[in-house]
Design a protein around this ligand. Sequence first.
Ligand SMILES: C[S@@+](CC[C@H](N)C(=O)[O-])C[C@H]1O[C@@H](n2cnc3c(N)ncnc32)[C@H](O)[C@@H]1O
Length: 268
Amino acid sequence: MSQGTYVLTGQASELDRLQLQSRVWEPAGRRVLTQIGDGAGARVLDVGCGAMGWLRLLSEWVGPEGSVVGTDIDEDMLSAADTFAATEGLRNVALIEDNLFATDLDPGSFDLVHARFQLAPLGRAEEQLATYLRLVRPGGTVILEDVDPGSWHFLPPAPAIEERMIPLVAQAFETVSDDPWVARRLPDLFRDAAIEPDVSAEVQALEPGHPYQRLPLQFATALDGLLRKLVDGDELDALIDEAEREIAEPGSWGLTFTLVQAWGNRPS
Ligand SMILES: C[S@@+](CC[C@H](N)C(=O)[O-])C[C@H]1O[C@@H](n2cnc3c(N)ncnc32)[C@H](O)[C@@H]1O
């Protein structure tokens, strides 16, 4: 499947999941922007921004003289992002419905283009990077972020989640995406476009009770139909019950997947 279709579209829970996720990873994004430098006055783009994405982060980075465009193909995502921007008073943010594979945005019109969790779900990494490079001005920066699941663990270990649920969810992603672990080849993706990137990686420790610890269970719910094709229904129900028990265990810390971040400049 994949080839440009986002499999979780149309699920109300997806909006909440994306907003929580965006909040969790904001400090990681801020660290990249700090390394890139001063963004005051820049015009920047968050492609497929979803319900929040990097909108608040970029708004803060470019300041009142700058401007942020967030695009998405999905109306509900844009509506949630619009409500978020209004609630947060992000006056320099504009939201536009746009399909990245047939974009109406002007080439070379951004100082920076960011895309998170876009390559793996859509599975057309080379084409996607080429589009982002076309949209950024010569010398401007493209930032890509995607998921490497290797660090996804609990402290102390939660065997049902770690050894059975996460591998099952990973298997489901492998059936819907042609390139689920594209994060592992982000440096090569840039090099193939004749750009030597900077690369960073982030893992978050989630305190007991942190809602983002539930991510494997949220994916299991969102991908329920698919998981039931991969595993017997009763077995899946028992696994979900066991995972719920592990999550509820007092004092359990979570470690996230690894967020791989790579960025580079379009040659001048
Ligand atoms: C996994 S979500 C990531 C959202 C956001 N970047 C974030 O990190 O929170 C993928 C997003 O890409 C959007 N999307 C899917 N296909 C798209 C396309 N062809 N053009 C623009 N956005 C698209 C989806 O609607 C969804 O909001």
